[in-house]
Design a protein around this ligand. Structure first.
Ligand code: NDP
Length: 241
């Protein structure tokens, strides 16, 4: 066991969360990995990693996974509030059940993740929260209506949390990526929206790998605690909107 602090990641079973778990683990950090597909996280077989089946809509389940990991590795010094789904669709024909799901996971799930570690960070007067928004939290797309709403929510609470937590020396970093190659499109059920997204993506030569974002996050996290990278906005060079 080394003396690097514990990092916690929601949505660590694929895509960006998985890439961040791998990169921080490679850098020597113990990692708490949370998602519903526990077998995917366990298959990575990372050293000093605790994998827990957690649905971020379940506030108690996140708190319990954090308590379990902290008992082994000490306090969580970084929480990546990353779990999210993108049910991109034409709002005029989208089933409102998809709104509920996105709002519960992408907004309340993020708050639940913050809640599990915030008091401890304030008490210790150190810690870093990485908040997963999107380029869709900076600008709207007409076929991403509710998804954009959830990501604007993340931008809004992050800015407020950053001001609130600055007095406690806790850092809040917003992530606003553009198109990253992950499994995110698997959750789009509207064929028209999916086809348009794929066409745009193909036109710009595809998305970028999640490992680039993971690298920048490690770099921002490794800055002295007095230095805050407030936002990371990373897109493919050819992505115009
Ligand atoms: P993936 O679909 O590959 O990963 C999503 C992750 O979130 C999975 O690990 C999934 O795990 C987890 N997750 C989803 N719902 C829940 C839940 N209820 N409880 C716990 N975990 C959950 O996509 P990405 O890596 O792309 O997505 C990660 C984040 O990045 C999302 O918030 C997304 O909105 C955001 N984003 C992605 C962009 C992209 O282009 N890829 C661009 C901008 C932002 P499991 O299903 O096992 O629970």
């Amino acid at each position: 066991m080394n003396d690097l602090p514990l990092v916690a990641i929601t949505g660590a079973s694929s895509g960006i969360g998985e890439a961040v778990a791998k990169r921080f683990s490679e850098a020597g950090y113990p990692v708490l990995m949370m998602a519903r597909r526990i077998e995917r996280m366990e298959a990575l077989n990372l050293p000093e990693a605790l994998c827990r089946r957690v649905d971020v809509r379940d506030r108690a389940a996140i708190a319990s996974a954090v308590a379990e990991a902290e008992a082994v590795y000490g306090p969580v010094d970084m929480m990546f509030c990353n779990a999210g789904i993108a049910r991109l669709a034409d709002i005029g024909r989208q089933d409102p059940a998809e709104w509920d799901e996105m709002i519960d996971i992408n907004t309340k799930g993020v708050l639940n993740s913050v809640h599990a570690v915030m008091a401890g960070m304030m008490e210790r007067r150190r810690g870093t929260l990485f908040m997963m928004s999107s380029i869709a939290g900076r600008k709207v797309y007409p076929d991403h209506t509710v998804y954009c709403g959830t990501k604007y929510f993340v931008h809004g609470i992050s800015e407020s949390l950053r001001e609130y937590l600055s007095a406690y020396d806790v850092r809040v970093v917003v992530l606003s990526p553009g198109i990253i190659e992950t499994e995110v499109l698997d959750h789009v059920t509207d064929p028209g929206t999916l086809a348009a997204y794929r066409e745009n993506k193909a036109k710009i030569g595809g998305g970028i790998g999640p490992e680039h974002l993971a690298e920048l996050m490690l770099s921002a996290y490794s800055m002295p605690q007095t230095v805050l990278v407030q936002e990371i906005c990373m897109t493919p060079t050819r992505q115009r909107y």
